[in-house]
Design a protein around this ligand. Structure first.
Ligand code: SF4
Ligand code: ZN
Ligand code: ZN
Length: 317
């Protein structure tokens, strides 16, 4: 297997682009793909400080490295954010994830902030799994979105970047079509502009396959946690899992299928959702963060107060 560009030993086949690439040419190709995505969707237009949400896994650590590389030519600063979720019962999953995130922040010399859920908010995701009557990944997702938004603002960022990859987004699109949950699909955006008190959100890897990201991280020697979260039930439960497998099998048969599904969704389908009525947002009476007008207290504060009930000495932030 020889690299299409230089004839050296190829390390990856990109079937949908009809390419075989050696490590050097793959890195170049991968970074250009991310840069083209960022430019096409104007992700960094007006961004000065980009907070990168780094869990310590392959996607977010790769995102950190690529955005750090782009930061000098595109004139923005990168700040890393990690949340220690407190998923440690029987494992050291969260502690290890945070260690990997810090390793990357320090190797690149970027500023960073680690939010320890237990210390700053008085609870852990392990506790939420036991005490909150909703699937743990749903609570965890809510907590991560809230804490990232808040930490992003605290470090002075105007933009928050997350490492969702193409396979994640393709699964989300298919789940949305399958369930007919239009409001969920309408919220799926490569770029969510800063509005209603929220930071701008961007997904620079949303057109990069999981397999390409893993290859980039491994061949570049980026340190990342390989273990999965012990609570790992893929988003969407067993149906979501099957949809993902079907998508990946279809990709094998029709190279580029997921890419076109997601790119066409973003470019041609989602614009039809622009006219859907938007939520009216107010301010949470407890924390002051944006919340749906129908609610006085945001979902995060509601979950947190349930978790802190009965805990002595818990101080509301
Ligand atoms: Fe959180 Fe679920 Fe992901 Fe674990 S698998 S980190 S609980 S969302
Ligand atoms: Zn080559
Ligand atoms: Zn609140």
């Amino acid at each position: 297997m020889q690299c299409t560009k230089c004839g050296n030993k190829a390390i990856i086949r990109i079937s949908y682009a009809n390419l075989l690439l050696c490590s050097i040419h793959f890195w170049e190709w991968f970074e250009q793909r991310v840069e083209r995505t960022v430019k096409k969707y104007r992700m960094l237009e007006g961004s000065r400080v980009v907070a990168v949400a780094v869990s310590g896994g392959k996607d977010s650590t790769t995102l950190l490295h690529v955005l750090h590389k782009l930061s000098s030519t595109h004139g923005f600063e990168v700040i890393g954010i990690n949340i220690d979720l407190g998923i440690d019962v029987g494992t050291r999953y969260s502690s290890l994830s945070t260690e990997f995130a810090i390793k990357n922040f320090e190797a690149l010399g970027v500023k960073y902030r680690v939010v320890k859920l237990q210390e700053e908010y008085g609870f852990t995701i392990d506790e939420a799994k036991v005490k909150v009557r909703r699937p743990v990944c749903s609570t965890c997702g809510l907590v991560k979105r809230y804490v990232m938004e808040r930490a992003g603002k605290e470090v002075g960022a105007d933009t928050l970047a997350t490492g969702h990859n193409l396979n994640d987004v393709a699964q989300f699109v298919m789940s949305g079509y399958h369930s007919g949950d239009v409001s969920n699909l309408a919220r799926l955006r490569a770029v969510s502009p800063a509005e209603n008190g929220y930071l701008k959100k961007i997904k620079p890897l949303f057109l990069s396959y999981e397999r390409e990201i893993t290859t980039y991280a491994l061949t570049k020697g980026i340190p990342f946690i390989m273990d999965s979260c012990p609570h790992n039930l893929r988003v969407g439960g067993p149906t979501g899992d099957k949809l993902r497998r079907i998508l990946e099998e279809t990709e094998d048969q029709i190279p580029g299928f997921m890419f076109r599904l997601v790119e066409n969704f973003e470019d041609r389908v989602r614009p039809f959702f622009e006219d859907l009525p938007k939520f009216n947002l107010g301010k949470c009476k407890v924390c002051g963060m944006p919340t749906n007008m129908d609610r006085e207290i945001c979902s995060f504060c509601a979950v947190r107060s349930r978790l802190l009930e009965g805990k002595r000495g818990a101080v509301a932030k």
